[in-house]
Design a protein around this ligand. Structure first.
Ligand code: PGA
Length: 260
């Protein structure tokens, strides 16, 4: 019922425009045909427009890695959601743990940015997830619930079908560490997230909302993760930087989609 959605978060990579274009073109060429899986890439802001151009004619969508809560004005360095939308992008990643950790993002700023993205017609990919210390303190559920309730506050008017929003569960301890959550660990939190989404919105919307898993997803662990009932996709960092490895994940997702 829910589509599988695989998104690549390129973070601060690759170093040059030429390499970004090449990665986008390689992906377009190698994308498995007839794929029922939705695919997006989220390059650095500087490369958004050329990557939109490079993937045009394919089903690959493009998203920003962040966006401003402000529409315009004296906000040096910001990137508005209308700007992102006007480049031909479809998504905006919001509240990634690296933004929370290094740029002081809070659930409140995540909320403002999510509101702005929705108003511009972008689909926000709202990231939540606990740190290692929080998991060890057994507060994973409490942390994730607070991130969701505060980050998605006041959105019931803008989220009407469930297609407007994506949630990414990314345990911080699994990001870039090679330490992937076990499918059971991830499924447990995904099921909990869907329960919270049902209480924030309603159960029909919660059933339709795509919840991605992120944190050391690779071609060889993707199929098992994506086979879990409440894992509807992946937000992929490191393995999205090479067309081969990203396509490997999409191929695994296709296998899950076909067998569903
Ligand atoms: P990773 O990053 O796949 O390199 O662990 C995931 C993310 O940060 O979105």
């Amino acid at each position: 019922m829910r589509p599988i959605f695989i998104a690549g978060n390129w973070k601060l990579n690759p170093p040059t425009l030429a390499e970004a274009r090449q990665l986008a073109v390689d992906l377009k060429v190698q994308l498995p045909s007839g794929s029922g899986v939705e695919v997006a890439v989220c390059p650095p802001a500087a490369f958004l427009a050329p990557v939109v151009e490079a993937v045009s004619g394919s089903s690959i969508k493009v998203g920003s890695q962040d966006s401003s809560p402000h529409a315009s004005g004296a906000y040096t360095g910001e990137l508005s959601t209308n700007m992102v939308k006007s480049l031909g992008c479809a998504y905006a990643v919001i509240g990634h743990s690296e933004r929370r950790q290094y740029h002081g993002e809070t659930n409140q700023s995540v909320n403002q940015k999510t509101v702005a993205a929705l108003a511009s017609g972008l689909v926000p990919i709202v990231c939540v997830g606990e740190t290692l210390a929080e998991r060890e303190d057994s507060v994973t559920f409490a942390v994730v619930e607070q991130q969701l309730r505060e980050g998605l506050k006041g959105l019931s008017d803008s989220v009407k079908t469930g297609a407007e929003l994506v949630i990414a569960y990314e345990p911080v301890w699994a990001i870039g560490t090679g330490k992937v959550a076990t499918p059971a660990q991830a499924q447990e939190v995904h099921a909990f997230i869907r329960q919270i989404l049902a209480s924030i919105f309603n159960s029909a919307i919660a059933d339709r909302l795509v919840i991605q898993y992120g944190g050391s997803v690779k071609a060889d662990n993707a199929e098992e993760l994506l086979s879990q009932t409440d894992i509807d996709g992946a937000l992929v960092g490191g393995a999205s930087l090479k067309a081969d490895s990203f396509v490997g994940i999409i191929t695994a997702a296709n296998a899950v989609a076909v067998s569903a």
